[in-house]
Design a protein around this ligand. Structure first.
Ligand code: ADP
Ligand code: MG
Length: 685
């Protein structure tokens, strides 16, 4: 099957389903295969009824002694039977499924799969799924893929579609030359694709993943280096006046800049007045105060009559920057027009924003990807900034820069990575590190707890809210997912509604909501109209609500430490003492130990390094270090060795064949271009 074939070419996918797949950005067969599982499940080993405990989701072997009983209650038929012996009975109950009765032969042994509950002192499974014994035995071995979903599409549908593709003709040519593959000990491409979706076992999964991660890194670095070789440094054509202006603003800030902020700022100001245009990365841990640097650099440009623009990865963050910048201009009495441009604005609002771009040659422009769309035409753009850069591709950065005439480029990232890796990943940029957080801030108090602690946590949240503060509660899932025993925002908010008194307003925020809805919720939270925000990790980047003092993270064991660190960075931003409650729902000792690392350190670099030491190969799945979208599979921390390999191999390849013209490299070049394109398409707001 051709990877560019439309998804409708897959048997069983019609226009309607294709439209749903479209929502997941799956348009072609290639997209479908690149929609890697986000996790895998293995069915639990089937137990005896005596081994069950309350609350677990389990598979149980049971012999059905008598034909099940069907009771006709007023509301519905209820089918019931009991398995196990007198010492350890397990009641099985099905609602509205009277036909179950004829499915279970008396004397037959089956496996029942479901959640174990206690009712009237007895263990009960409601609506268990029924399997024949042999059928379940086969399932116990397999890894089943769990895919990211969207409304209307089930995990089964995706699984089936992927299986159908693999059942067809052999697939794609391997993008890596055999030479590189052999040298770096990587498996074949189609094998890797198949195994990443349907692994035979853990070993093949690791092998497959390594290959695909290598590809991601390799083509990413190649794309960057290939273009870098061709780029000459641009002369700085902008004339900035009056150095003292920024100094004056600094004097009037309500706080003194940290030493690290001052160093970074002077590097920026120096670049902007240097012979070549600036190409700089500001790398600074969460809460190190990067936004104010962006503002001062933009004000500097404005003061000299130039436009500047800052692009944020989410609507929420863009709107927040917009509000901050307007406030700062007002506080400073600056007459700088601040313009907002985001995807969710109405056509009319957008038109007005476009007009402002033409009207104000010294505007500060704040927005999302909408800033780099065709219709946004700038006048006099001297500085472009991308905030939380790791969410954007290199190409996007270039598209952004192309909106001006060789503007200064500033990139801000909170990803705590060691300098050596930063040089690989941002090879084309100069780097400033903001390695200090404002001193007067109180460090966040952390605790790692088990689920039994929840009632206490809720009353603590309530107490904080009564004291005028706000709280975040983070869940890994948006909605319940079959077979995954993880908390989800939708049910969680309902649960909290019953627990908290009605005067506490709750908000719900997740990535599947429409941008306008998200904005509304976030604005309500900012205005303290919502006190407790139940959210997925969409709040992970950049959001700044200094009044929030509690970050409660459910299923903390499922998040990477760097990601937890980012989440924790959402509190501790104001003067009040803040708290981070990490709920570990697993029994695993390693999970506990990992989480305790966060207790010991507030330093992103240290955390990432300590985390790596604790991991085994099996931990690669289901845990992601950070919410970075840049790589579908690769994780710059845990795959640091692969990253270095890929980087070395790129250097050698380009040294041998800088134009990638030799016959065995033509394919590589083609794939590099398509990977860059795909990466861009996958980036979402
Ligand atoms: P990040 O680096 O994570 O983007 P922000 O720029 O959002 O951090 O800053 C977090 C908070 O710290 C903001 O409320 C900001 O006003 C404040 N802040 C920034 N610099 C300082 C400083 N030098 N002293 C005190 N507070 C500061
Ligand atoms: Mg920020």
């Amino acid at each position: 099957m051709n990877r560019d074939a439309a998804i409708t070419a897959v048997k069983g996918i019609g226009e309607k389903t294709a439209a749903l797949f479209g929502k997941l950005k799956i348009e072609t067969v290639g997209d479908l295969l690149a929609h890697y599982p986000r996790d895998y499940v293995q069915f639990p080993v089937a137990k005896e009824p005596s081994e069950l405990s309350e609350g677990e989701t389990a598979a149980v072997i049971g012999r059905v002694l008598k034909t099940p009983l069907v009771r006709q209650t007023q509301r519905m038929p209820v089918t019931m039977t009991t398995v196990g012996d007198a010492d350890a009975p397990l009641e099985l109950v099905w609602f509205r499924m009277p036909y179950i009765r004829s499915q279970l032969a008396p004397g037959g042994t089956y496996v029942f799969y479901g959640k174990v509950m206690k009712k009237n002192g007895r263990l009960v499974m409601e609506q268990p799924v029924i399997y024949k014994r042999e059928q379940y035995a086969a399932m116990e071995q397999a890894f089943l893929p769990v895919y990211a979903l969207t409304g209307g599409i089930t995990n089964n549908q995706i699984t089936k579609a992927v299986r159908t593709v693999f059942a067809g003709d052999p697939l794609f040519p391997d993008p890596l030359p055999a030479e590189i593959r052999n040298e770096c000990r990587l498996c074949e491409y189609n094998y890797a694709l198949r195994q990443i979706h349907f692994p035979d076992d853990m070993d093949t999964l690791i092998t497959a993943r390594k290959r695909l991660v290598f590809d991601e890194f390799f083509f990413f670095i190649l794309n960057m280096q290939y273009h870098k070789e061709k780029r000459v440094r641009d002369a700085n054509e902008f004339e900035l006046k009056n150095e003292t202006f920024v100094d004056e603003l600094m004097q009037r800030l309500p706080f003194a800049l940290t030493g690290a902020q001052q160093r970074a700022l002077s590097e920026i100001r120096c670049d902007m007045r240097g012979p070549y245009t600036m190409q700089r990365l500001i790398q600074g841990d969460v809460g190190s105060g990067k936004t104010i640097l962006a503002f001062l650099a933009m004000a500097d440009a404005s003061h000299s009559g130039y436009q500047s623009a800052i692009m944020a990865p989410t609507e929420v963050l863009a709107r927040q920057h917009y509000a901050t910048f307007r406030q700062l201009c007002e506080d400073f009495g600056l007459k700088i027009p601040v313009v907002l441009l985001t995807g969710s604005m109405t056509a009319r609002q957008k038109r007005m924003a476009y007009e402002s771009l033409q009207l104000y040659p010294n505007a500060m422009i704040v927005g999302t990807h909408a800033l780099i769309q065709e219709k946004a035409v700038y006048d006099n753009l001297a500085l472009v900034i991308t905030d939380e850069q790791h969410r954007f591709g290199v190409r996007q950065r270039e598209t952004f820069a192309a909106k001006g005439c060789h503007p200064h480029i500033l990139v801000m990232s909170a990803t705590p990575i060691p300098r050596t890796l930063a040089i690989i990943l941002y090879g084309d940029l100069d780097i400033s590190v903001v390695d200090e957080v404002p001193a007067k801030r109180l460090p966040v108090k952390n605790c790692v707890v088990h689920t039994g602690y929840r009632p206490k946590a809720y009353s603590f949240l309530e107490q904080e809210v009564r004291a005028g503060h706000q709280a975040y509660v983070i869940c890994p899932l948006v909605e319940a997912v079959e077979h995954m025993d993880l908390e989800n925002t939708t049910d969680y908010v309902k649960k909290l509604r019953e627990i908290f008194p009605p005067e506490i307003q709750l908000g719900l925020l997740h990535g599947q909501m429409k941008p306008e809805q998200k904005n509304k919720v976030m604005e309500a939270f900012l205005a303290n109209e919502v006190q407790v925000l139940v959210s997925t990790t969409v709040v992970e980047v950049g959001v700044n609500v200094p009044n929030a003092t509690v970050m409660m993270i459910e299923n903390a064991e499922r998040f990477g430490l760097a990601q937890l660190h980012q989440l924790r960075g959402r509190v501790g931003r104001g003067d009040a003492q803040s708290y981070c409650i990490m709920v570990n729902a697993s029994q695993s000792r390693t999970a506990e130990e990992r989480l305790l690392i966060l207790n010991r350190s507030n330093d992103g670099f240290e955390i990432a390094a300590a985390d790596l030491k604790l991991r085994g190969p099996g931990d690669f799945f289901g845990i992601r270090q950070s919410g970075e979208l840049q790589f579908a599979l690769g994780d710059i921390y845990q795959d640091a060795a692969v990253l270095r390999d890929a980087s070395d191999r790129v250097q050698r390849l380009l040294a041998e064949d800088p134009e990638l013209v030799s016959p065995e490299h033509v394919n590589v070049k083609r794939y590099m271009e398509r990977a860059a394109q795909e990466q861009e398409n996958q980036l979402s707001l």
